[in-house]
Design a protein around this ligand. Structure first.
Ligand SMILES: NC(=O)C1=CN([C@@H]2O[C@H](COP(=O)(O)OP(=O)(O)OC[C@H]3O[C@@H](n4cnc5c(N)ncnc54)[C@H](OP(=O)(O)O)[C@@H]3O)[C@@H](O)[C@H]2O)C=CC1
Ligand SMILES: Nc1nc(=O)c2c([nH]1)NC[C@@H]1CN(c3ccc(C(=O)N[C@@H](CCC(=O)O)C(=O)O)cc3)C=[N+]21
Length: 299
């Protein structure tokens, strides 16, 4: 039976270090890390995440701002909000919650965030730094950064000789995940919806990372015995057995079946999810240190 990777516990230990770093920064420079989260529209799941982010930021002692814009916000208005945050010295991190409503174009909005405040790591500058292997001056997308900490907790820092397969190639997750694994010396395969014989590709993986949003797609016979399985996907499904109108979360991995084959596996919830919010706090502290001209802590 696989070891369950406890994302909640690992996230809690990272949060302690984030809090300590924030306290040290405030004591030495008077600067409090500031995080602004911008959300457009009233998608319930997005609001849940954004509320959780704000709560965590306050717990960490940050200056935390949430900007909620109506669903019919114009492109110009959204861009002017981001421009103001770019110029606000109290704000070190800006996150625009995705997806945006269909009438808005996310690309120019993401690209106008100052790279040094882009705590999602989505700007071309930050994605490019990661692509060329510069881990020191950029900001790395929170979910892959968090998934990497979970992988390191099982396998250590050096993944030499390991085959890693990432299913999914989004800018938010799959691509940066592949780059982080490569930098840790894994041999990386990027799989996606056009991959032939996905099950066969996955069976080669010592490290299997699934991020498609297809509930329970990864079956037990896709998993190499003893592999480390990281489940990023989140699909919310009705759960009438929990009461009327209740829901529950499913990952991309058929957890009950894969747990019997894998060496280590993340649950959903309680795996990668808690690490995402934690790394957002970590990136905000990093950005605040750099803005103060100090060397940032590593997490
Ligand atoms: N736990 C957390 O903190 C986070 C969870 N998530 C979750 O992770 C999942 C992925 O997110 P994100 O990367 O943003 O999603 P996207 O929809 O942007 O990307 C999904 C990727 O999965 C690939 N894919 C889709 N269907 C299949 C299939 N049947 N076989 C193989 N590959 C497939 C797509 O391939 P192609 O490119 O060919 O279309 C695409 O590259 C979602 O469930 C999301 O909710 C996301 C961020 C944070
Ligand atoms: N600009 C942007 N950056 C993001 O990083 C981003 C985004 N937009 N849009 C949506 C996705 C999704 N995402 C999650 C964050 C936390 C949990 C999380 O905390 N999950 C908990 C469960 C939470 C629950 O019970 O609902 C867990 O898995 O244990 C999940 C998913 C960040 N995303």
């Amino acid at each position: 039976m696989a070891q369950r990777i406890d994302g909640k516990a690992i996230a809690a230990s990272v949060i302690e270090r984030v809090k300590q770093s924030a306290t040290d920064l405030e004591n030495s420079t008077g600067t409090r890390p500031g995080l602004a989260v911008v959300i457009v529209g009233d998608d319930a799941a997005s609001h849940t995440y954004v509320t959780a982010k704000g709560k965590r930021a306050k717990e960490c002692g940050f200056h935390s701002v949430q900007i909620t814009l109506p669903a019919d916000t114009t492109q110009e208005k959204l861009e002017s909000v981001v421009a103001e945050l770019n110029d606000d010295n109290a704000i070190h991190g800006i996150l625009v919650q995705l997806p945006l409503p269909a009438h808005l174009d996310e690309f120019p909005v993401i690209q106008m965030i100052r790279p040094e405040k882009d705590v999602d790591g989505l700007s071309i500058v930050n994605a490019g730094k990661l692509a060329v292997g510069d881990m020191k001056t950029g900001l790395i997308s929170c979910t892959p950064a968090g998934a990497m900490i979970l992988i390191r907790s099982v396998l250590g820092d050096d993944l030499s000789g390991k085959n890693a397969v990432v299913i999914g190639r989004s800018n938010l997750f799959g691509r940066p995940m592949g780059r982080l694994l490569l930098m840790a010396n894994a041999t990386v395969t990027m799989a996606h919806s056009r991959t032939k014989d996905l099950a066969g590709v996955c069976r080669q993986a010592d490290i299997l990372v699934a991020a498609t949003g297809r509930a329970e797609m990864v079956k037990a016979d896709w998993v190499k015995p003893g592999a480390t399985v990281i489940d990023v996907g989140i699909t919310r499904v009705p759960a009438p057995e929990r009461g009327e109108g209740k829901t529950r979360l499913l990952g991309d991995v058929d957890f009950a079946a894969c747990e019997a084959v894998a060496g280590a596996i993340t649950p959903v919830p309680g795996g990668v999810g808690p690490m995402t919010i934690t790394m957002l706090m970590a990136n905000t502290v990093i950005a605040a240190y750099r803005a103060s001209g100090l060397e940032a802590p590593a997490f």
